[in-house]
Design a protein around this ligand. Structure first.
Ligand code: 2PG
Ligand code: MG
Length: 433
């Protein structure tokens, strides 16, 4: 199955910013599309998202140069290439770019083509994307991490912690996890209404965090779980993305909403006290991307009790994941396609994570599209967990709904480990799930 043509054009993401859609067409006429998301709280080591920077157009955010790179360089270079050989296709894209961080052609240009090629290959073989990517071995539906309140960069710094999420650890099936999420999400909306604090949603669809402190948001989340009739911890647990790189300056962590600053040690102790006091099962980026010592400290303090996910720390980068595994600073890795820029490198990052006995958590970006690629990626790799923001806004529900379709296709082959998945990484899970 050979590539006949590749094209790209500018579309818009869920924040109304320009992004790229690529389309790969095969000799047979079959085609595949790839739409690229965009982060706000980006890690320093992410592959480069190429934007035009022309203040007179789209506030500098247009992606016409990246599109030209697809048309002028990538399309001719991949013409006639076997689309079913994703590793060699992605290798060709990397060689063509020639930089470490894909800054010449742009990771957005490269990833759009890489994803579109995978889609075209799957369509050409008349397979679902998850079946194609996973060689028929993907059968596990992921446990959703769903945002209740947005914060940090996704809510103009209204509170400091970025994601207050729930995980339906007591669910027996994927469908049940969505039903439990429905209950808690809407209970949270009712509570906010009662408190006069309901004022729309943040970037990823979580309610706007009209709270006076970070702990008030945590307590509101627990209140919503209880109001929905669930037992916090045993049935529905909390998961936080601190996105601590955003809080870190000159060796201090700063909570702006509370006007408090912390050293690495005192910040680790604060988080440890949250783990003691609240039904938390998972914490992402508790420490900043360059604070490896802080990471080692949190790993020691509560890494045996809760899932510790590195996002900005690892940026889906194999070398950084390997360093993290050697140092033993986390036990899970957030996986984002556009942090590294090709499908093949993303699959390698997931495999390395799994080989180390850690858990991969497949993730969307705060600026998303209607593309459902990551839903397929999660099932293809049996990753077991998926983070897509909240339970409203179409770019989010597109992914949750696609998993319902995948579940139907898998039929009796579908598996779901629910909260039991944490048993793979936690010696003394804080919560009995
Ligand atoms: C994160 C993501 C998603 P962003 O930090 O995990 O919540 O945010 O895409 O802005 O990096
Ligand atoms: Mg994060």
């Amino acid at each position: 199955m050979k590539i006949r043509a590749i094209d790209a054009f500018q579309i818009y993401d869920s924040r109304g910013n320009p992004t790229i859609e690529a389309v790969v067409t095969l000799d047979s006429g079959v085609c595949g599309h790839g739409l690229v998301p965009s982060g706000a709280s980006t890690g320093r080591n992410e592959a480069l998202e190429l934007r035009d920077g022309d203040p007179d157009r789209f506030g500098g955010r247009s992606v016409f140069r990246a599109i030209e790179n697809v048309r002028r360089e990538i399309a001719p270079a991949l013409s006639g290439h076997d689309v079913t050989d994703q590793p060699s296709l992605d290798r060709r894209l990397m060689d063509l770019d020639g930089t470490q961080n894909k800054s010449r052609l742009g990771a957005n240009a490269i990833l759009a083509v890489s994803m579109a090629a995978a889609r075209a290959a799957a369509a050409g073989m008349e397979k679902s994307l998850f079946n194609y990517l996973g060689n028929g071995r993907g059968t596990v539906l992921p446990l959703p991490e769903i945002q209740l309140f947005g914060g940090g960069r996704h809510a103009n710094g209204r509170v400091d912690v970025q994601d207050f999420m729930i995980v339906a650890v007591g669910a027996e099936t994927y469908e049940q996890s969505l039903e439990m999420t429905f209950d808690v999400f809407h209970a949270a909306g009712e509570l906010l209404k009662k408190w006069g604090k309901l004022s729309g949603v943040a970037d990823e669809g979580g309610y706007w965090p009209a709270f006076e402190s970070n702990e008030e948001a945590i307590e509101a989340a627990i209140g919503a779980i209880v109001a929905a009739g669930y037992e916090p911890g045993r049935e529905v647990a909390l998961s936080l993305d601190i996105a601590a790189s955003e809080l870190y300056r000159d060796g201090q962590y700063r909570f702006g909403v509370e006007g408090r600053s912390f050293s690495s040690e005192s910040f680790a102790e604060l988080l440890s006290s949250w783990v003691d006091r609240y039904p938390i099962i998972s914490i992402e980026d508790p420490m900043a991307e360059e604070d490896w010592e802080g990471w080692a400290l949190v790993r020691k303090l509560f890494g045996d009790r809760v899932q510790l996910i590195g996002d900005d720390l690892f940026t889906t980068n194999l070398q950084r994941i390997q360093k993290g595994v050697e140092l033993g600073v986390a036990n899970a890795v957030l996986i984002k396609l556009n942090q590294i820029g090709t499908v093949t490198e993303t699959l390698e990052a997931i495999q390395a994570t799994q080989r180390a006995g850690w858990l991969p958590v497949i993730s969307a970006r705060s600026g998303e599209t209607e593309d459902t690629f990551i839903a397929h990626l999660a099932v293809a790799t049996n990753a077991g967990q998926l983070k897509v923001g909240s339970f409203c806004r179409g770019e989010r529900t597109a992914k949750w709904n696609e998993l319902l379709r995948i579940q139907r296709e898998l039929g009796s082959r579908a598996q779901f480990s629910g909260g039991r998945i944490y048993g793979q990484i936690l010696k003394t899970p804080k919560l009995k799930v």
